[in-house]
Write a protein that binds this ligand. Structure first.
Ligand SMILES: NC(=O)c1ccc[n+]([C@@H]2O[C@H](COP(=O)([O-])OP(=O)(O)OC[C@H]3O[C@@H](n4cnc5c(N)ncnc54)[C@H](O)[C@@H]3O)[C@@H](O)[C@H]2O)c1
Length: 283
């Protein structure tokens, strides 16, 4: 793996205990990058069971792990659906580190309430998905890029998209529409920023073993009369069995690709959308 020594990376949605954001933070730190982590403060009821209670402190816990790698780590609370908070986030990180080399847009709206047929989808929920999954990415790019351009050292922007960016499915209109949109944003921003040697790429994971919070899975678990953890474990097992490579994708699999796209070795790659799915989708 290439070195990221001397680089600074900002990662959104980074507080999940098994999330892609945490795995990415640890991978990049292991490769030598200093890290800024951000997340929104969520009520206990909106956390996956493994993160409830006081043992897991979201981005503060991830920051401790990053520092254990000997890297600097800053945490910033930010609601990405609020324009002024996104602007302040970027200013705060620039204030601390003097630069952002790698911007990783990983946060997403919590899934579940959106999982209804399109005609039943609440407009506020639709808007919530647009705000966090798409507008927030546009905003982080808008506020980060002037700093990257001013330094004249290029940069890396990596957006966590999904297989839902490439294939629609029933009851996923809001999620899929925003994730398809993210690929459009990635391509256009890549061309806008190419003259500045700032690359913009997406990674497209299949189902990942992240313990993400899903209201829909909570309801399904309640119906079966089992804890959410048990329901989720069954799902992970089933998804592994139908995956051509025989297991579900882990957050670290996605982090490995993000790490490469973050590096100098990826300087000729831009506007792309790479799958990490074990062979469940090819385009
Ligand atoms: N888990 C999967 O199976 C899977 C599959 C494909 C793509 N992805 C994508 O990977 C990325 C990470 O997924 P995950 O499962 O690791 O994470 P996750 O769903 O557990 O967490 C997303 C993070 O976004 C944060 N967030 C939510 N609302 C926010 C707001 N208003 N402001 C700031 N942050 C907010 C949450 O607090 C959380 O930390 C997401 O973009 C997701 O769409 C995940």
């Amino acid at each position: 793996m290439p070195s990221l020594e001397g680089k600074v990376a900002l990662i959104t949605g980074a507080g999940g205990r098994k999330g892609i954001g945490r795995a990415t933070a640890l991978k990049l730190a292991a490769l030598g990058a200093d890290i800024a982590l951000t997340d929104v403060t969520r009520p206990q009821s909106d956390l996956p069971p493994q993160e409830r209670g006081d043992k897991w402190q979201g981005i503060e816990s991830v920051a401790e792990e990053v520092r254990a790698h000997g890297r600097k780590c800053q945490t910033v609370a930010c609601d990405l659906s609020v324009n002024a908070e996104v602007r302040d986030l970027i200013d705060t990180v620039i204030g601390e580190f003097g630069k952002i080399d790698i911007m990783i847009n990983n946060a997403r709206a919590i899934i579940g309430k959106d999982r209804v047929p399109v005609w039943e989808l609440d407009e506020a929920e639709w808007q919530h998905f647009l705000d966090i999954n798409l507008t927030a990415v546009y905003l982080t790019i808008k506020y980060t890029v002037p700093h990257m351009m001013e330094r004249g050292q290029g940069g890396r922007i990596i957006n966590t998209a999904s297989d839902a960016s490439k294939r629609g499915k029933a009851t996923s209109s809001a999620y899929s529409a925003t994730k398809f949109g993210l690929l459009g944003l990635t391509q256009c921003a890549a061309l806008d920023l190419a003259p500045h040697q700032i690359t913009v790429n997406s990674v497209c994971p299949g189902s990942v073993n992240t313990d993400r919070m899903s209201y829909q899975e909570q309801i399904a678990a309640d119906r079966q009369g089992v804890p959410l953890e048990t329901y989720r474990a069954q799902l992970v097992e089933q998804l592994g069995q139908v995956n051509p490579l025989g297991r579900i994708v882990e957050s670290e699999d996605v982090a490995n690709l993000i790490a490469f796209l973050s590096s100098d070795e990826a300087e000729m790659i831009t506007g792309q959308a790479y799958n990490v799915n074990g062979g469940t989708l090819f385009h």
